[in-house]
Design a protein around this ligand. Structure first.
Ligand SMILES: Nc1nc2c(ncn2[C@@H]2O[C@H](COP(=O)(O)OP(=O)(O)OP(=O)(O)O)[C@@H](O)[C@H]2O)c(=O)[nH]1
Ligand SMILES: [Mg+2]
Ligand SMILES: [Zn+2]
Length: 317
């Protein structure tokens, strides 16, 4: 090992597909490229290097080249937009996944929340939920939100309600983010970049009104990017997505990533039960008794059906 090896280590803070922005160990920002023969074993992703990766690099004639990627602690993926067989790594080495949702303008469907949580469980990333835009909720949304707090708290997911525009509870968010590498994710227009701007005003991230026509976000943020937090830690703003993906899991494993179902699995008659048509299924019984919420089971079913439609036993969603 050369004596300057450590100096040549850096953190990937942004990738546009052909160039990589790195933060070096001494805090400098440099732009690096990937050598043509760079490969990562075992992962069919469109991007071999993602935000959050620790890499080694070398400098040749003032150009920087990434030479190695260090082992990932974890990562979060989504299905690639164009190539359905491929996946896209959103970010790696995450300490906290903060899922941003909204009860209105735009309303986040429960299925989205459950898919985000499923992926977090599958890849071992601690997750919590922030209900943003609290300032515009009426009684109906507040009641609905309270039910969701109860549901998700009972599974161990912390929930916070907040408002970026009215600066409500952003201090509670700061307490969660401090000294961690945080991935901020959620649908377009829920206010991810707006929340980050309240927490770190100097970043001045681009935000945009949601469309009046269909009350959807306009995909304002286009690349995931990591910023250092002035109070310690890092924050990754991401483009709005509908859901994450999972890879290489077998159908009977899926319910293990639903903490509210997991506790019943051992009581099913068949060890490879997928909790749909099997007799003596403990999960169906719990559902009938109201111990498992119908919305959660519906999310579970939609994921299983997608896997089945794909015609193989395991697949990303
Ligand atoms: N009323 C209200 N509006 C908010 C709040 N937070 C964000 N907004 C508005 O929602 C719109 C979308 O906010 P963005 O921060 O761009 O949303 P985003 O999640 O980053 O969206 P993408 O980058 O497209 O994924 C903007 O018009 C914000 O002003 C909030 O707490 N309350
Ligand atoms: Mg944004
Ligand atoms: Zn079962």
């Amino acid at each position: 090992m050369k004596s300057n090896d450590l100096k040549m280590e850096a953190l990937v803070v942004k990738s546009t597909g052909n160039e990589y922005i790195l933060r070096t160990n001494d805090g400098k920002i440099i732009i690096a490229s990937l050598k043509g023969n760079f490969r990562i074993k075992d992962l069919k992703s469109t991007n071999p290097i993602a935000v959050g990766d620790r890499v080694k690099y070398e400098s040749i004639n003032n150009d920087f080249w990434i030479t190695n990627i260090m082992e990932r602690k974890n990562y979060i993926i989504r299905k690639s937009k164009n190539l359905s067989k491929k996946i896209h790594i959103i970010a790696s080495n995450i300490d906290l996944l903060m899922i941003i949702v909204s009860m209105k303008m735009p309303k986040t469907p429960l299925g989205f929340i459950d898919r985000f949580l499923l992926t977090a469980e599958a890849y071992g990333v601690p997750a919590m939920i922030v209900f943003n835009k609290y300032d515009i909720y009426k009684e109906k949304e507040i009641l609905e939100m309270q039910e969701l707090f109860e549901l998700y708290n009972s599974m161990g997911y912390k929930c916070i309600y907040a408002s970026a525009t009215e600066n409500i509870n952003t201090n509670l968010i700061i307490d969660e983010l401090k000294d961690k590498t945080n991935l901020i994710a959620g649908a377009s227009g829920v206010g991810k970049s707006s929340l980050i701007n309240v927490i770190q005003p100097h970043l001045n991230l681009k935000t945009a009104n949601i469309s009046n026509f269909n009350e959807k976000g306009k995909h304002t943020t286009s690349f995931a990017e990591m910023y250092p937090l002035t109070f310690g830690g890092n924050i990754i703003d991401t483009p709005g997505i509908r859901s994450f993906g999972i890879l290489n899991f077998k159908l009977p494993e899926i319910a293990h990533f639903f903490p509210d179902m997991k506790k019943y699995i051992n009581n099913c008659k068949y060890s490879n039960c997928i909790h749909m048509y099997e007799p003596n299924c403990a999960i169906i019984e719990a559902l009938d008794k109201g111990e498992i919420k119908a919305s959660r089971y519906a999310s579970y079913l939609s994921i299983i059906q997608e896997f089945e439609e794909a015609g193989i036993d395991y697949k990303y969603d």
